[in-house]
Ligand binder design. Sequence first.
Ligand code: F0G
Length: 351
Amino acid sequence: THQWRGIIEEYRDRLPVTDATPVVTLREGGTPLVPAQVLSERTGCEVHLKVEGANPTGSFKDRGMTMAITRAKEEGAQAVICASTGNTSASAAAYAVRAGMVCAVLVPQGKIALGKMGQALVYGSKILQVDGNFDDCLNLARSLSENYPVALVNSVNPYRIEGQKTASFEIVDALGDAPDIHVLPVGNAGNITAYWKGYKEYSADGMSSRTPRMWGFQASGSAPIVRGEVVKDPSTIATAIRIGNPASWTQAIAARDESGGFIDEVTDREILRAYRLLASQEGVFVEPASAASVAGLLKAAEQGKVDPGQKIVCTVTGNGLKDPDWAVAGAPQPVTVPVDAAAAAERLGLA
Ligand code: F0G
């Protein structure tokens, strides 16, 4: 058959599985790499979007979760736990269903998008809202996994990184080589760690001639790596990356420095501007945190940091339907018309 088989089957020889491993999959990965015409014109570069919102639960987390849940299953775990700003929990909940496991989820109270809460609920996870932020949730999840029979599936779990690195493989496979620059939003910093690992492995094996410079962007109110210190009370409208003490901080700095890249911040205003541009000019509807990569590219271009003629990939990490509030907010209310073609035509400016 021609159906994409999921990242474990497609990249089996590059992942920690054996023939005996019970693969738990929703056929994640194989996501579109979409040429971005307006962004290319604005930067004078060849810009592509890696649209990770096309994964089974609507975010890149599925790449890591197929691996983490598969290995948890192989090791006999009956329950998994994660802390989440919403996407990890949606993904863990779905893959736990496929594996026949119990899934426990810890989210910061009042700070996850409605679509993500709906996913955790409908997949039947055991969800607790914690009176604290994501960093508090992660500490709690770690402590529970150390003291109770439940496996931690946050990106501190190395199998998560293994699964997520396959996005780099797909990009090199599609472009024929690594891009010059890869741009990502950064929250807990697992994904930039994973992409860098993937690019390094592929180039070491001669699958690409080079590795890209890694550019990461945090939200200004939640930019501990940029500031060089933990942010105690992180804030941003991009709730997915509202994180003050990233678990993979050291690895993100290594990715930045080894690749000759940088990690900078973008304001909520810049994020929302990129969010609207992506939907209205490129036809790609992402959640706000995902737009941080594109906001960062535009900021860098305005600062003269983007030499023309380069190949650039921006990962857009999550589907816009996860957090529709921002699509509706600030947009004009649709007008109501009678069932009347002339009236409708007039309102549409056709008459
Ligand atoms: N974009 C989205 C849509 C996310 O959900 C996340 C992280 C990131 C970017 C940042 O990726 O953490 O690997 O640097 N979401 C986690 C979660 C924290 O719980 O869903 P990162």
